[in-house]
Design a protein around this ligand. Sequence first.
Ligand code: THG
Length: 265
Amino acid sequence: MFIVGELINSSRKPIKAAADAKDSEEIQKIARDQHDHGADYIDVNAGVYVGKEAEYMQWLIQTVQEGVDAPCCIDSPDPKVVEAAIKVHKGTPMVNSISLEKARYDALLPVVANTDIKVIALCMSDKGMPETKDDRVAIAEGLINSLVKNNVAIENIYVDPLVQPISTKDDYGIEFLNAIEAIMNGFPGVHTICGLSNISYGLPERKLVNQTFAVMAIAKKLDGAIINPLDKRMMANITAAETLIGKDEFCSNYLTAYREGHLKL
Ligand code: THG
């Protein structure tokens, strides 16, 4: 599983406080902790700084990368902020995200075309958020076909079918899960990813809902997730679920995780 650590997000109080105070050490500690617990990429989101998002995004990226040797997942809907972030990023970043919204698509396509940048293709269009599996697959198909046509390697595309809160509509879980299955079976080589925790918005005991949903999505072949890697049960669930769907020859990852103490909760 490709893990993006979600914690460097300015909508979280400790991050907003640290960024306001330009407390580099606190940001670096949280980034390093996530990397040490298995994050492949560190998500960076400066969305609360309206009007100053680019400036804060650049400071956060530079600060993270001075503290930990890991690439960032540049999390902004604003192409200008994404471009500013890429300018200061060391190594190859991930862009979070392009979508089928025309203005966003047209501005970000030249940024990712003919590069090795990994790109999250978010299933949103100018018609708004998808409701059904078919809505999600139609947007995914549009994004995958046009990205590939423009020289983005299919292996660098991470489709995010968009998780919506189960508290707002009973069908949102199953429509998302069926979209993961259809996209992974329909477009060989492509990856899928999502911000799992949107599913539990508005419910108590959110971690339980997130952890359970992760396992269900892995059964449909989800192979990336934007999560809190410090959540031990989430990480243990992911390890066990991947073993159970046959992505772990001789259960060797499971046994290694056990020996390293990651499965004792
Ligand atoms: N898709 C894509 N990008 C995304 C999202 C998505 N970026 C933003 C968001 N959704 C994913 N990121 C977060 C970041 C923090 C939290 C939720 C989603 C959050 N964190 C808890 C907190 O603030 O305390 C801690 C989490 C925990 O302990 O389990 O709520 O959908 N492409």
